[in-house]
Design a protein around this ligand. Sequence first.
Ligand code: DLL
Length: 432
Amino acid sequence: MIWNEPKECMSRDERKADQSKKLIDVVKNVYHNVPFYRKKMQETGLEPGDVKNIEDIEKLPFTTKNDLRENYPFGLFAVPKSEIVRVHASSGTTGKSIVVGYSRKDIDMFSEVVARAYCCTGVTKEDIVQIAYGYGLFTGGLGMHYGAEKLGATVIPVSGGNTSKQLDLLQDFGSTVLACTPSYAAYLSEAIDEAKIDKKDLKLRIGIFGAEPWSNEMRSKIEAGLNITAYDIYGLSEIIGPGVSCSCEMQDGLHIAEDHFYPEILNTETLKAENPGTIGELVFTTITKEAMPLLRYRTRDLASLNYDACKCGRTNVRMSKIQGRSDDMLIIRGVNVFPSQVESALLEIEEAKPHYMLVVDRVGTMDTLEIQVEIDDRYFSDEMVELNKVRQKIKRKVESILGISVIINLVEHKTIARSEGKAQRVIDKRKI
Ligand code: DLL
């Protein structure tokens, strides 16, 4: 079944015409309503009238996470604050998060693209959807929630964590669909085994997993463990949240809602367009968003595009699974973490030196983050009690910025290897 056939199955010519029209409108909109974009366009002598069709997108300036940070919190909004009905936020590269705003129309569009994603995986209004993505500033919970309601399915808004409750709900309410990160799905699968729950008694049939990278091997493992078919859903807060793209029953790429988000794949060095099939950096322009439209947002996610029509009947372009990132962002238990966030936390703590190492590992199905921190000689003490106080202080500060629990290991000054070039700050031992 296809949720919105006219929008998901139009011919490539119709698609181009639709995208061209929308791009012209969004460029006019940001030029007149967002000083940041007006300035950027004026710097290169570009006027809204210079953009006549979708090919002209190459003339437009890029937007980066740093631009969002510099315009924190509401500087990129294109509508008056009275039109903003919701905000979400996600990790920035330092202590401050980045903020995104939605108008009523944006929330409707967000729900629409997530409803399409559910439909892409075979979910119908008969299903019971257990949403175990986090609710709150993260877009996962509420995004998946509104989409499921739009579809007419029954929503169980349990949010993330609280595993024993998740197991109760799976059994008592007969959830047929599970929406969460792939690592949490793997964890739930183990918890089901440990609790000796007979999987035949569960009604689960579909999993919609995303928000972090995962491999096809991991998919097979989760599918076998939970006795379901699992699908990949991709998105990012800056563009909308989940629902930018989703895999279909063909399991051969993720269909992008390209009537709302125009994708480009660019060479990471030259920032010029790559040919279809070649991996590069995924860049999106939101062509219908009202509250916070973004031109050529550099996601830093690496993927390729495939414009061939899919056997499922949808004609919208497919992206490959995310192959990695072109920056140092880590995703730990579904939460985005930049090493630079740790650094800015440490700089605020007198006892700590800004020499640190992040060691990421996976114990069973759970990601762990250990941070080794060098301590100023003056504070290194034989007194366990004193050292513990310092450790706790650092732990509290870092956890408040990252939003996940961490293990802090204090090490003596000059223990962490110094580098003459680019500092090596991360050891990632996970096999995804
Ligand atoms: O993770 C939105 C989301 C929620 C997507 C629920 C899917 C399901 P952010 O917190 O802004 O938004 O993180 C966005 O997460 O740039 C990717 O690096 C990564 N990411 C998201 N989905 C996938 C996926 C949400 N399916 C960042 N595969 C993105 C690999 C993913 N990476």
